[in-house]
Ligand binder design. Sequence first.
Ligand SMILES: Nc1ncnc2c1ncn2[C@@H]1O[C@H](COP(=O)(O)OP(=O)(O)OP(=O)(O)O)[C@@H](O)[C@H]1O
Ligand SMILES: [Mg+2]
Length: 348
Amino acid sequence: MPGLQIGIDLGTTSILVYVRGKGVVLHEASVAALDAKTGDVLALGNRVYQMVGRNPDSLRVVHPMRDGVISDFSVIHAMIAYYIKRICGNRMFKPSVMICMPASVTGLERSAILELAIAAGAGRACLVEEPLAAALGAGMNIAYRGGQMIVDIGGGTTDVAVLTMGTMALSRSAKVAGNALSAAIQRYLRRERNVMVGDLTAEEIKRKVGCARLRSTELAIYTRGQSYITRLPTRLEVSSTESFLAMRERLDDIIDVIHRVLEETPPEMAGDIADQGVVLTGGGALLRDLDALLQERTQLRVRVAKDPVNCVALGLGVMMESQNILEENSYFYRTDDDIGEYARNRNL
Ligand SMILES: Nc1ncnc2c1ncn2[C@@H]1O[C@H](COP(=O)(O)OP(=O)(O)OP(=O)(O)O)[C@@H](O)[C@H]1O
Ligand SMILES: [Mg+2]
């Protein structure tokens, strides 16, 4: 089919677009500004990100993805349509679009996403499970006959999957990932320091001094907030130890998901994972010392993929560049007609 081939990683925090032959061409925040009265989409992506927590009453800032799945279809439709238009311009042929979604989405959600992609300007669309794309993007050989474990820690979800021979043998998804860690820092500062900090400040604290284990040499950051008692602006110093204490329970939740998948893994594959180690992808994998913490608590070798934030989009790229991987793993593009038939067959 003529026309561009595009891969979209629709994440809770960010949307990445890969264009075949070009690579990752777009990395935008998954946020939109809507007119508070009419609900019209006024602006999208990175331009809106800095408005989070600062928007005037006339604007409503929305996160159209929640916990890895679409929570606001009309905004996601507007986003995909806008980015397809930006990438394809006035090309005559509509693009083929590959979209990633968490392994846990239901059949109903699948057909809704496909329909949405076609309505937003795709000529044909295909859905790919996120852990598989992440593994390809991390450079793993998914055709390997043994078991391999991949852990993708995004903004909304942590997806743990065991792959074998190009398919997912088992997977689990939990709604605890990067956003939950930032929220834990906000709660800690309100409780222990009587200071409220906004979402962007909590994110900055996590990135600059956040760590998954206690450090022998402490890090600290000066930042701003609002006193919970006087409601006046205030400055405060936050240390890496405090960030660790704040995030500790949420980190335990992430470890629990990994443990549960390991418990459910059949012994042969568990042995393979012990040989191969575990690969971490997603922006959450960048948290300082997270690999060391997971290594200590699972007794497995843990490595962070090169370029963890881009892994899913790069994996879609690998799939597009090699049609074989698509066909061997039973992924097929669907057109408008297929989707109509699919919906009719399932009485949707
Ligand atoms: N240096 C860093 N240290 C700690 N966390 C980080 C760092 N860089 C990014 N993150 C976190 O990574 C998360 C975003 O990761 P990613 O872009 O993989 O998520 P996503 O794909 O949008 O979400 P999901 O896959 O859950 O839908 C955010 O919570 C962000 O705070
Ligand atoms: Mg993701």
